[in-house]
Design a protein around this ligand. Structure first.
Ligand code: HEC
Length: 274
């Protein structure tokens, strides 16, 4: 009896698996997003791989792109001005960046008690571009520019996706079905999941951002790569520590494996099989 019940339960699991894994694939209809959506381009960053390190100069350029272009619409509310010291800015430079930031930090007028704003300090987080979602949508034709602090963790493909999105705007292909055509206020971009998004191409011309001495030429491609690298850092500022800890752990485990093998040899040395 128990065997029969167990068999039936097993059968139940297997059929649930079949229903879950096999059938939906066949049932998926071919939509325009399936046909025209592209996976992120292959692009490498210095922070990739187990030994990857941030390229500070690139992060500074990426921050400059964020500041001069993206911060008009996108907040970065999980980052503090003071965190920028990790990109190689001095304390004085960080203070200046905070004090000169276009959007000010909310505060309270000490005399009237009314809400007010003040210049940001190094200890402040980057102020929100819009006070809340309603204000953001009202200003952006109904669309919501997401906070960019964690965007490279929040989207499949991470920084490669951000880079591909920024460099991926094109004209819609001729054979694009009517219902997938960009409506008014939308822009075709095959890297965006449903092909049309309300962000107009933010990087459009070489030297849109003026890079300093010794920097590579500020092409659209370079600016997109730099800001994507910067957004890897905002999402995981301690990435290098994690890589170091991982490496140290691997070395420790290797040494430990060697020691374990040696003690095994010595314990069993006089007990070899005849
Ligand atoms: C003029 C406003 C504006 C500027 C400037 C702008 N964006 Fe956007 N961005 C938007 C809006 C609006 C959306 C939401 C689009 C949608 O959902 O249709 C968006 C969406 C995004 C997304 C999310 C796409 C997704 O998968 O949901 C990313 C990533 C992004 N922007 C990155 C950037 C970067 C990086 C910059 C600077 C180089 C930038 N944006 C500049 C308005 C802007």
């Amino acid at each position: 009896m128990v065997r029969i019940i167990a068999f039936l339960v097993g059968l139940g699991f297997v059929s649930a698996l079949l229903v879950g894994v096999v059938i939906p694939r066949e049932a998926v209809e071919e939509t325009a997003s399936h046909t025209f959506h592209l996976h992120p381009k292959e692009v490498s960053f210095s922070s990739d791989g187990p030994l990857g390190k941030f390229d500070r100069a690139q992060l500074q350029r990426g921050f400059q792109v964020y500041k001069e272009v993206c911060s008009a619409c996108h907040s970065m509310s999980r980052v503090r001005f003071g965190d920028l010291a990790a990109l190689g800015y001095t304390e004085g430079q960080v203070k200046t960046i905070a004090a000169e930031w276009a959007a000010e930090t909310p505060s309270i007028n000490p005399e009237t008690g009314e809400p007010a704003t003040r210049k940001s300090l190094a200890s402040d987080k980057f102020p929100l571009v819009y006070a809340n979602e309603t204000a953001a949508r009202a200003a952006q034709n109904g669309a919501l520019p997401p906070d960019l602090s964690l965007i490279t963790k929040a989207r499949e493909g991470g920084a490669s996706y951000v880079y591909s999105l920024l460099t991926g705007y094109t004209d819609p292909p001729a054979n694009l079905p009517k219902d997938a055509q960009p409506g008014s206020g939308l822009h075709y971009n095959p890297y965006f999941a449903n092909l049309n998004l309300s962000m107009a191409p933010p990087l459009v011309a070489d030297d849109q951002v003026t890079y300093g001495e010794g920097a590579p030429k500020a092409t659209v491609d370079q600016m997109a790569k730099d800001v994507a690298a910067f957004l890897i850092w905002t999402a995981e500022p301690k990435l290098e520590n994690r890589h170091h800890a991982g490496l140290a752990t691997m070395i420790f485990l290797l040494i430990f494996a060697g020691l374990t093998y040696m003690s095994y040899q010595s314990i069993w040395a006089d007990k070899k099989a005849k």
